[in-house]
Each structure stands twice: as structure tokens, then as C-alpha cells.
Design a protein around this ligand. Sequence first.
Ligand code: MD6
Ligand code: FE
Length: 204
Amino acid sequence: MLDGFRHLPAAFDHSAQRALVADIDAILRRAPWYRPTMPRTGKPFSVEMTNAGPLGWVSDREGGYRYQPTHPVTKEPWPPIPPALIRLWNEVGEALKPPQACLVNLYRGRARLGSHVDRDEADLEAPVVSVSLGDDAIFHIGGARRSDPKVRLRLASGDVVVLAGAARLAHHGIDRIEPGTSHLIVGGGRINLTLRHVGSAAAP
Ligand code: MD6
Ligand code: FE
């Protein structure tokens, strides 16, 4: 069931985590947090988001889930993906298909991310690679069907998750974060960086 799922605990040590937080601060100066809304209902996400890379993942009531080259509020291009994340991709991702989008998720308080499949990419073959920073999170992953049995695991700061093979289209999400388990992020909370190759149809 979880063929292609990899959890690499502590892939980034504390100083590498601090360097990633500095990279995120630089991204935020050009592409501030915004709160996406659900397609059709317009219900706000509990997670705030921004992106880096030629494309960014966005969602709103009118346009739904999609990739676009500009920030939905500032209308500016997304800043580049930090080199440390390109290196991570080249180590654990698909070297022939570069990462085109780095989604940055911020969880504070009771923020969560419901069970979903990452399938807004034109190319669903390349793996999806993520890095967790800050507070621990309870992550779940199941199978191709929403009703498939799920396993839960704790993602800590510096952990990397890879969804490849069969796990690429598995349902997964964040049940909750555990506030106060890390002091990495000023103001507390958790940041997850998700790297994706989007594919030709959506490329700029
Ligand atoms: C999160 N992660 O950890 C949400 N998706 O905050 C994801 O949705 C995710 O960690 C695809 C691959 C890895 C992930
Ligand atoms: Fe996901």
C-alpha cells in the first residue's frame, strides 16, 4: 500500500533547518503569506500559504486548485526555489524533471490539512518531496481510495517525506500540530515545504 513512501527523519540538522528558515524569510519578503479559499464554497483554509519557483499552487472560490506564475494578492512572480531545496530534490527526487513549484504551508494553532491527493500536476510521475520545520505534526497516509486504511506518524523538524510510485497518488494529510514542541519558528507553529514537478502543460 505504501510502496514509494519514504520518511527520512532528521534529514536536515538544526543548523540546516535554521538556514532554511532564513531562506523562507527571504521568500516571505517578496511573497507574503496569504490564506487560500476552497473551490466553490470559498471557505478559508486554516493553513496560510506562499510559494517559490516558476509556478505556485493556489486555490480560491472562483478558480479552484491550480498552478500560476504569480502571487494571487501581490500579482508578482514567485521568488526562486532556494538552492538547498534544489539539492534535496536532486538527491531524493527525479533528477531529469526539475522542481517547478515549492509550496510553503504555515500551520499555527489548530491549523490542519484535510486528507487529499496531490494531483493538480500535469505530470503525475515525478515524486513529491516535502520538508517539515518547527512544531511536530501528526501526518496520515492511506491509499488510492479515501476509505483505504491509514497509518499515522509524527513528522518532526528537519524530516523529509517523499511520495513516489504508488504512494504518489495516496491520500494523506495533517491531523494536527503539537504546539510548543519546537522553538525554530518565531511565533511558533510549523512550516512545510513541498517540492513538485508540475509538467509541460502547466509550465510557463
Ligand atoms: C504537510 N504535506 O506536511 C502537508 N504532500 O504539511 C503534504 O501534503 C505532502 O508532505 C505531498 C508530499 C509530501 C507531503
Ligand atoms: Fe500533499
